[in-house]
Design a protein around this ligand. Sequence first.
Ligand SMILES: O=c1ccn([C@H]2C[C@H](O)[C@@H](COP(=O)(O)OP(=O)(O)OP(=O)(O)O)O2)c(=O)[nH]1
Length: 157
Amino acid sequence: MFDSGAAVAEALSAAGADLADEQRQPNGVDLTVDAVFEQTEPGFVGRDEKRVGERREVEPVDGRYRLDRGTYVVRYGEPVGIPEERIGFVLPRSTLLRNACTLDTAVWDAGYEGIGEGRLDVGHPIEIEPGARIAQLVLASADHEGTYDGDYQGERL
Ligand SMILES: O=c1ccn([C@H]2C[C@H](O)[C@@H](COP(=O)(O)OP(=O)(O)OP(=O)(O)O)O2)c(=O)[nH]1
């Protein structure tokens, strides 16, 4: 069972997000793009440790990110808080898909609070304005033991 968009908006507002009316959708809340990065060195995923590799921030040109084909990392503009008994998924706005681009999401855990990131795949060059809505967060009911207490807890808050 998924929460209504109003319930998702309530969870984000409780986490400190200042939502515009157009971000409130029937089934979720749109997230905006705050920054775009290109990875410049390998990251590391080991058995016990992990590290995010260096990246370079893409600067807008004449008010737009002008992105060539490739894989980028985006930072979302809103603080997110995933309530207990919920799991979050961030899906791409369909206009991205309609333009041969997409976003990938991992699991947004119950108890996570922070300003998260996602992978933006650009399959055909696209222009995106900083602050534009690019994704939608939905919340579903979920059983869990414990809440998120990992390295990204509280990131960028
Ligand atoms: O696309 C996503 C998915 C999740 N998150 C946030 C919420 C999530 O709760 C947190 C940690 O995600 P995950 O547990 O998948 O990361 P990890 O690499 O396993 O890190 P950790 O070892 O801290 O669990 O990152 C994102 O920013 N982007």
